[in-house]
Design a protein around this ligand. Structure first.
Ligand code: AMP
Length: 136
């Protein structure tokens, strides 16, 4: 399958690149949720957080922080959303890992918080047992 982000990394197609080092590249999203919406992308291919190298993911987080700080300082952002869509069910469309750093401006009303589901006491307990049981 065509990997559009590898093409950007390899300079086969253009992008508005704002940062690059040995491990990651960061460029403006072509369909921004807000002006300044940036993607932080690993140079090594992995699909998403599920199969990613934890050290590279940690570096992506570090660079996301720097980008968010730049959005506040240079674009006047009042806050930001760090969004990571994982898997088709999680809304991921490009199957090469990426973090979205989306600047937010007071009252912009752009990115809505997700809806909620009902979860009863037994379900909370059962889920907690399942997840906590494999964490150590
Ligand atoms: P996701 O739904 O999390 O997989 O997000 C993929 C993102 O990649 C979308 O926000 C797209 O707008 C963005 N995108 C796709 N192609 C390009 C491109 N050539 N340059 C910059 N951003 C892109």
């Amino acid at each position: 399958m065509e990997n559009i982000f590898l093409k950007i990394i390899n300079r086969e197609i253009p992008a508005h690149i704002i940062y690059e080092d040995d491990l990651v590249i960061a460029f403006l999203d072509i369909m921004p949720v807000n002006k300044g919406h940036t993607l932080v992308v690993p140079k090594k291919h992995f699909v998403n957080i599920l199969d990613g190298d934890p050290d590279i993911l940690a570096h992506m987080m570090k660079i996301s922080q720097k980008i968010a700080q730049a959005q506040v300082k240079e674009l006047g952002a009042d806050g930001f959303n760090l969004i990571v869509n994982n898997g088709v069910a999680g809304g991921q469309e490009v199957m090469h890992s990426h973090f979205h750093v989306v600047p937010r401006f007071a009252g912009d009303n752009s990115y809505q918080k997700p809806s909620h589901v009902e979860c009863n006491k037994e379900e909370f307990e059962e889920i907690k047992e399942k997840l906590a049981g494999v964490m150590s």
